[in-house]
Design a protein around this ligand. Sequence first.
Ligand code: ATP
Length: 235
Amino acid sequence: MLQVNNIDVFYGNIHALKNISLEVNEGEIVTLIGANGAGKTTLLKTLSGLLKPKQGTITYKMQQIGGKPAQAIVKSGISHVPEGRRVFANMSVEENLELGAFLRKDRDGIKKDLDHVFELFPRLKERRKQLSGTLSGGEQQMLAMGRAIMARPNLLLLDEPSMGLAPLIVQQIFEIIQTINKEGTTILLVEQNAHMALSIADRAYVIETGKIVLSGTAKELQESEEVKAAYLGGV
Ligand code: ATP
């Protein structure tokens, strides 16, 4: 579904992604784990068109999307839930969700998906009129995910959904990621919480200072001594 081949991304002189290749197959949950500053966010921003690769190709459903504008990439079926959520604080929950569907014209479909988001996140339904800036961190994460779902993506890019959230909320968010996947959405999940990410993923990549250093099935990486020592707290 998605093939990233040998991409290099720079911020000025800083070489943030070095010859990165990875693939995501339809129906999978693939996770990219790595420490602070490894390049995880940079990779997702490049996939969603916010940054342009200097070299290499990004192919999505047989189309070359590397360097295309973000709007064209959303239209092709990729939605990005950014790090730190970035909901529109002065708009209600419902208005934020409607914005997620701004490229769609199928009113009936939009209404159906809104109801579906409220089924996935009953908390958002209760708070549909509330200003988004007053939601808790976990609720804002749910809203950011709900907004991305409203674009009806085939591929959902999630940037550290567990960040700053209490363990119980993280558990709920990860259960919902699995539900969304079972309903047919392919997922690329970026996480520092390697333990949680590997517990739901099919396959995984480890990124260190802009390079992929390991890859395999989630089970293989859970059992890897290197991953255990560096990312799973030595357990
Ligand atoms: P974190 O988990 O802390 O969010 P990350 O793996 O997502 O980390 P990135 O945000 O992708 O890491 O950053 C990768 C590298 O690129 C870091 O060294 C960072 O300082 C650098 N970087 C990120 N954004 C910029 C920018 N706008 N200008 C210059 N350097 C940047």
